[in-house]
Design a protein around this ligand. Structure first.
Ligand code: SDX
Length: 428
């Protein structure tokens, strides 16, 4: 294959370099296009055909349903690794030795104390505030209590910022949930594992010991691994472009949390449960909702279905669907919502509209069923997505900064009014 792409514009021919990735993906490098052609640019709303960067963190093949973190398949990592190992792998590029992992966890625990004044910020929110809005605000507020911005030329400074946010974020997550429930904002137990501690902070009731449940620990650990990174999705791209202005790590993450909140993105896991509940209230009439999803005049979409990249099964959805059966079975939870979800999936996979558009269940379709069985309120589902995605956002931000990538500033095609003269108000 030639290493050049040829472009002809108004009778003139231009050559652009072709770059090939380690998985043989091919890209046309258009860095010089505007200069070479005297101003011609490309345009691609939603960046459906445009790569924003080269990255060595996550590879996914949407046609084949492949997802790998630093070369390891999501299936193997979900089966054999724990969340903190995967976080280390995503951020630093290699699976940690036991010694590296123990130090990583110890450093995270050392930095898990959140300034008590943050509680004053939480107290100011109404209980009705959506947890994603609270979490984004608190993450941004962390900058006020940790003002020194990361010196990316210092590995130590970068490492300290990373373990600091990995330590404090789970506290913010649990305090966000406890605020809504009117529960005291407490810490967990540093003697516990990372995920065990998250569960204890979220669910410990005042005056009662918290009994760990291995089923919940394993289920949450797996869910967090499955959500940990997903290359240049909407929220990760937000974290990268925010950080490209050299804004700090914590505020870049706060921007990512806000982007993730949208129902077309991470907010879909909450929207899926609300949709399944509505179908249940409607007597399980999935056909009505399928018709709504296909009706161009109806803004309703089948939440948890479709994906910008996966035109095959989302490998994460397959693992989560299996885990949902196991968790509900182990917990002895009978949830009619799971049966409705399975029925809806079966119908959609046999429906020409969905088949033609290659719409399959995505990561959000079944995850909420497990979160609900774990006793997590539906408004906290996207917060749990953010907790999982945190190491991926950190890894992508760090890669972008270490590679000294330029500030993100897309071009546009102007289609507004051409020049015209000011008109006095009396003449308008
Ligand atoms: C996540 O990017 C990532 O990696 C994201 C994520 C991650 O880990 O970070 O995987 C997490 O965000 C998963 C997606 C969660 N969102 C949802 O479940 C919301 C429902 N899905 C859709 O809104 C939609 O599928 C998107 C937003 C996910 C993808 O939209 P695209 O790629 O912009 O595709 P599109 O809107 O152009 O749709 C193509 C066609 C359209 O029909 P036509 O105009 O061709 O006739 O498919 C239709 C769409 O109307 N379509 C759907 C549909 N999704 C797409 N029709 C009904 N129901 C749906 N869910």
């Amino acid at each position: 294959m030639s290493d050049k792409a040829t472009l002809e514009i108004h009778g003139k021919t231009y050559e652009l370099p072709i770059v090939v990735g380690s998985e043989n993906e091919v890209a046309i490098d258009i860095k010089s296009l505007r200069n070479d052609t005297g101003g011609v640019i490309t345009i691609d709303p939603g960046y459906k055909n445009t790569g924003s960067c080269e990255s060595a963190i996550t590879f996914l093949d949407g046609e084949k349903g492949i997802l790998r973190y630093r070369g390891y398949s999501i299936e193997e990592l979900a089966e054999k690794a724990d969340f903190l190992e995967v976080a280390y792998l995503l951020i630093f590029g290699e699976l940690p030795t036991q010694e590296q992992l123990d130090k990583f966890h110890a450093d995270i625990k050392h930095h898990s104390v959140v300034d008590d004044d943050v509680k004053k910020i939480i107290e100011a929110f109404p209980k009705s505030a959506h947890p994603m809005g609270v979490l984004s605000s608190l993450t941004s507020a962390l900058t006020a209590f940790n003002p020194s911005s990361v010196d990316i030329n210092s590995e130590e400074a970068m490492y300290n910022a990373i373990v600091r946010i990995l330590g404090k974020f789970p506290v913010l997550v649990s305090w966000t949930m406890r605020k809504k429930q009117g529960l005291p904002l407490e810490y967990g137990d540093d003697n516990l594992g990372y995920v065990e501690n998250v569960l204890k902070m979220m669910f410990k009731r005042p005056g009662k010991d918290y009994q760990q449940n291995k089923i919940l620990v394993d289920a949450l650990d797996k869910l967090l691994i499955l959500h940990a990174d997903h290359e240049q999705n909407c929220s990760t791209s937000t974290v990268r472009i925010t950080g490209s202005s050299h804004a700090g790590l914590f505020v870049s993450l706060a921007a990512g949390i806000s982007a993730l909140w949208g129902p077309l993105h991470g907010g879909a896991n909450q929207a899926v449960l609300e949709m399944l509940e509505a179908i249940k209230e409607d007597g399980g009439d999935t056909k009505k909702y399928m018709a709504k999803a296909k009706d161009k005049n109806d803004p309703f979409r089948l939440m948890g279905f479709g994906h910008r990249v996966y035109k095959n099964f989302d490998p994460r959805a397959k693992i989560i669907k299996k885990s949902a059966d196991e968790v509900l079975g182990d917990l002895g939870v009978e949830d009619p919502i799971l049966d409705i979800a399975k029925g809806l999936e079966k119908e959609a996979l046999e429906d020409q509209y969905f088949v033609d558009r290659k719409l399959y269940p995505n990561v959000d379709f079944y995850s909420g069923i497990i979160y609900r069985a774990m006793g997590i309120p539906v408004e906290m589902f996207t917060v749990m997505f953010a907790l999982g995605r945190l190491p991926g956002w950190i890894a992508q931000w760090r890669e972008m900064r270490l590679r000294k990538e330029p500030i993100g500033r897309p071009r546009q095609l102007y289609t507004g009014e051409t020049q015209r003269s000011f008109k006095d108000i009396s003449k308008r």
